[in-house]
Design a protein around this ligand. Sequence first.
Ligand SMILES: Nc1ncnc2c1ncn2[C@@H]1O[C@H](COP(=O)(O)OP(=O)(O)OP(=O)(O)O)[C@@H](O)[C@H]1O
Length: 219
Amino acid sequence: MTAPQLFTGRDLLCLRGGRLVFQDLDFQLAAGGCLTLVGPNGSGKSTLLRLMAGLLKPLRGTIAWDGVALGQDPEAHRARLHYVGHLDAVKASFTCREMLAFWAGLRGGGGVDAALAAFAIDTIADVPGRFLSAGQRRRLSLARLVAAPAPLWLLDEPTVGLDRASVALLEGAIARHRAGGGRVVLSTHIDLATPDGDILDLAAFAPLEDDEAEAEDAA
Ligand SMILES: Nc1ncnc2c1ncn2[C@@H]1O[C@H](COP(=O)(O)OP(=O)(O)OP(=O)(O)O)[C@@H](O)[C@H]1O
């Protein structure tokens, strides 16, 4: 029997702006898994998601996919993930359908109609980005997860701006992704249904005052 492929972080320590954000942090995520990052403002949830995406590097520790450190094959890692951050990269002049077709084209996916349906934006498929409400823009940003499948979803506060019905649509999309072996890491300040998922509380990895002073000296 072969060992399951794991997405792992070991002994992570991260500085931002010369300040220690978290230390001694480990995580592990198997196929079909979901990891929910919680913790107070500034505890490092967005920072950890950016490390997982390969957009930032830890000062110490290693993040690896199936035992291969992200730095060894950054292109392969970029190709396997979708990162949805706080900003919705929606073009003002593109309709929802055009935007999804553009994203799908970039990633070799073709599920535009499925993506429109998954986030109930089929009724506004031909509305240009400039006319979308905040919640509609967010739904469009999330729909690209479905338009161009990728094994790893990294979602930074994906529910911001969503109404209750849209939160339920997101929960459904995450459940289907996981059922197909996909992995999800998300940060949230609200309860999101992620059955059998794991929770990582960033508050548990906050530096002690002495550690902070040391990090500032070292930076
Ligand atoms: N670009 C940056 N330069 C310097 N420091 C930063 C930068 N971005 C974030 N930080 C700092 O890193 C720490 C962690 O921020 P981060 O955004 O990861 O927290 P968070 O847990 O996602 O917070 P929130 O719940 O408010 O979204 C904070 O102290 C923040 O001030």
